[in-house]
Design a protein around this ligand. Structure first.
Ligand SMILES: NC(=O)c1ccc[n+]([C@@H]2O[C@H](COP(=O)([O-])OP(=O)(O)OC[C@H]3O[C@@H](n4cnc5c(N)ncnc54)[C@H](OP(=O)(O)O)[C@@H]3O)[C@@H](O)[C@H]2O)c1
Length: 170
């Protein structure tokens, strides 16, 4: 199983503004995100990303939604949603056991950091939105971490947006 971290970010690496909003997503980006979701059939997210998605009335996404949290949250969505308090490696095992070929790590920054830190990310794919935001949430939580990457592909996905794909060198 391959693990892909996929997010949309501003040119300066923010995945949400200071209020946690992802209002900078273009319609094109929403469509591309949903296309990947349908293909991959799963998404892993942090508790805060879950809360933002819930508030925006876009939760749950297509397929299996795993929300990483140590909190006890009542599941009112049934089998398509799992609130999981185990480790990142255990969360991936859960997907592997179900036969998924891709594990989709969908943010936010804390979740991304916790998987990257454990050496569990194979590929990072980012769609760069034509925006810069001063205060906001970074692609990775502000923790001590450095990973070397190798460029796989650069693709123009609209007039103003590019998709960058990097593999993580281990
Ligand atoms: N641009 C994009 O593509 C995109 C995608 C997703 C999210 N976002 C944005 O990202 C923001 C949220 O990011 P964030 O960094 O603040 O928070 P986050 O990573 O979404 O959530 C953090 C919380 O998730 C849980 N968590 C994370 N890693 C965990 C682990 N390894 N094990 C167990 N629990 C874990 C913890 O919850 P508990 O405290 O409950 O234990 C932690 O407090 C939102 O504003 C959202 O809009 C943007």
């Amino acid at each position: 199983m391959k693990t892909i971290m996929y997010l949309a970010m501003t040119l300066n690496g923010k995945i949400a503004d200071g209020k946690g909003s992802i209002g900078f997503f273009s319609d094109n980006e929403w469509n591309l995100f949903q296309k990947e979701m349908r293909k991959w059939g799963n998404i892993m997210m942090g508790r805060r990303a879950f809360e933002v998605s819930l508030k925006a009335e876009v939760f749950p996404y297509h397929g299996l939604n795993i929300v990483m949290t140590k909190e006890k949250i009542k599941n009112r969505w049934g089998e398509s949603v799992i609130f999981f308090g185990g480790s990142p490696a255990e969360a991936l095992r859960l997907l592997d056991d179900r036969g998924f070929e891709i594990a989709y790590i969908g943010g936010g920054g804390m979740l991304n950091y916790s998987f990257l830190k454990e050496g569990l990310i194979d590929e990072i794919m980012v769609d760069v939105e034509p925006t810069v935001i001063g205060v906001g949430v970074g692609l990775l939580a502000e923790e001590e971490i450095r990973s070397k990457l190798k460029l796989i592909d650069v693709k123009k996905i609209s007039e103003d947006e590019v998709r960058l794909r990097y593999s993580v060198i281990r």
